[in-house]
Design a protein around this ligand. Structure first.
Ligand SMILES: NC(=O)C1=CN([C@@H]2O[C@H](COP(=O)(O)OP(=O)(O)OC[C@H]3O[C@@H](n4cnc5c(N)ncnc54)[C@H](OP(=O)(O)O)[C@@H]3O)[C@@H](O)[C@H]2O)[C@@H](O)CC1
Ligand SMILES: [K+]
Length: 469
């Protein structure tokens, strides 16, 4: 299943969400009004998704439970069959006032009967404590019997900032903004499809989910160099370099050179093969100011030649995409090796490579942002939750991608696509995010199992479908 996650949506942690709500309350808005607004947005979605099936709302003691009582009332007003299973006494304030307005069927959670549609309003962004054994068993029976589980804000039991915990849902309706739990790791997967309810709470943040890119428009006099000339440095395993080069062509590059000491037999004809006799010959190949970006790392190996090739690429003035073995060769000296000059450097580590270069303790958003700021590079920290961090502190998260992308060669394609977009010139949206989006989008249009050799054609279709500016 490919999870749907809203594009270009803000992501904030629980403390930031509370601060945003407090700022709104300080302008005179009441908590009841905001809760009514949240409940209305959720009820609208639940009534659409339930399709007339009976709904059970599980209402907890906090404001998440308060939202649940509003949802129950608004569903009943739409003639949806609905009842409430209460967990704990609603706390004083808006939650208690909303509970008092529910005059429909209600029972204690422990006595609840199975329903086809369950709305989980037990716990939201409050810090969750584990449920006691009886409640946990009842909850899991109710959830297992439901055909559709819709969580308000978070699947109850998940920690908003980390996603740790045990709740699950088929659909999660995030209120006001996404939280890290919606996008990171196992917690993200546990949320199912994510809908974002706009409850008009301004949430200032520089962390967003990825959005469809706008690509730069070609000038009337476009040529193969201005479309983007890429040098893909190929190493001990030339197949990886071919994949990167093939993906660069697929993503719109005008001229892709595959440079390496191993003869590139069998590579697609559209790739310009430059077989060099010694690794040091790379210097002459890169002495070409038409080159828009150099991709190095896929299949590079870690031998002496690999070191030489990487040294030469780093010494060149070109924008760089550094992937695979080249990341491992850089290791902890990445910041000093890539230097602080004005060219753009993009590093594309998976979790293991990231840990060899940077401190990976803590959550992925914080660790990736710190790494980008320390190195001055844009970092694509790959995984089921790919985090792109820019040196200025911004973060973009790509999640919900076809798990079929987790295969050897997939990262080689990504490096090539990003290289192509970096070399394509200015005018569109950020080239690194564009590359990540194209890669994920192409994969989402494939079946669950596919060979990466088949992906470039799909990448081209995605490029052609993108708007230009
Ligand atoms: N702020 C606003 O105006 C708006 C907020 N909105 C909504 O509010 C939600 C946040 O509300 P919230 O802060 O009340 O936290 P929430 O997660 O509902 O409850 C925490 C409570 O649960 C309790 N508890 C925890 N674990 C437990 C356990 N195992 N067993 C028993 N109890 C347990 C915990 O108890 P404690 O640990 O404090 O003893 C605490 O009392 C947010 O997600 C959104 O849905 C929207 O309406 C928009 C307007
Ligand atoms: K919930």
């Amino acid at each position: 299943m490919i999870r749907r996650v809203p594009e270009g949506a803000p992501i904030v942690n629980a403390a930031q969400m509370r601060a945003a709500e407090e700022a709104l309350f300080a302008t005179g808005m009441s908590q009841d009004t905001l809760m009514e607004r949240a409940g209305a947005a959720v009820a609208e979605q639940v009534s659409r998704l339930a399709g007339g099936r009976p709904v059970l709302v599980l209402a907890g003691p906090g404001n998440n439970g308060g939202d649940g009582y509003v949802v129950a009332r608004l569903l009943a007003a739409r003639s949806v069959p609905v009842s409430v299973a209460r967990f704990g006494q609603p706390k004083a304030g808006a939650a208690a006032r909303m509970a008092a307005q529910w005059d429909g069927p209600v029972c204690d959670l422990i006595a609840a009967q199975p329903h086809p549609v369950v709305v989980d309003a037990l716990l939201g962004i409050g810090i969750p404590r584990p449920f006691d054994d009886g409640i946990a068993a009842k909850l899991s029976a109710i959830m297992a019997a439901a055909a559709l589980r819709i969580a308000i804000d978070l699947p109850s039991g998940r920690h908003a900032d980390t996603g740790d915990g045990s709740g699950r849902a088929d659909v999660t309706i995030a209120l006001g903004a996404l939280k890290p739990a919606h996008v990171l790791g196992e917690g993200g997967a546990a949320c199912g499809h994510i809908l974002l309810a706009d409850i008009a709470v301004p949430v200032p943040t520089d962390v967003l989910t990825i959005a469809a890119p706008v690509l730069p428009k070609w000038r009337y006099d476009v040529n193969k160099f201005s479309r983007g000339m890429i040098a893909v440095v190929s190493g001990a395993m030339p197949g990886a370099g071919w994949l990167a080069g093939r993906a660069a062509l697929a993503a719109g590059a005008g001229y892709v050179q595959l440079v390496g000491t191993a003869p590139a037999e069998g590579a697609p004809h559209a790739l310009v093969r430059r077989t060099i006799t010694r690794a040091t010959d790379l210097e002459a190949v890169l002495d070409d100011d038409r080159i828009g970006a150099v991709v190095i790392g896929p299949g590079l190996g870690r031998d002496e030649d690999a070191h030489t090739l990487l040294d030469i690429a780093l010494a060149s003035p070109h924008d760089l995409v550094i992937d695979g073995d080249a990341l491992t060769l850089l290791g902890r000296s990445v910041a000093e090796r890539i230097g602080a000059d004005r060219r753009r450097v993009c590093l594309t580590p998976h979790a293991g490579e990231f840990a060899r270069m940077f401190d990976s303790a803590g959550d992925k958003l914080t660790a990736t942002r710190a790494a980008a700021q320390a190195s001055g590079a844009t970092i694509v920290h790959k995984g089921p939750d790919t985090v792109i961090a820019y040196p200025d502190g911004r973060l973009i998260v790509s999640t919900g991608t076809n798990p079929g992308l987790s295969t050897a060669g997939s990262g080689d394609l990504l490096a090539g696509i990003i290289g192509a977009r970096m070399a394509a010139g200015d005018g569109g949206s950020d080239p690194v995010a564009a590359g990540v989006w194209l890669h994920a989008r192409a994969a989402n249009h494939m079946d669950a199992v596919f060979a990466v050799d088949a992906l470039p054609d799909r990448i081209t279709q995605e490029v052609n479908a993108c708007p230009t500016r």
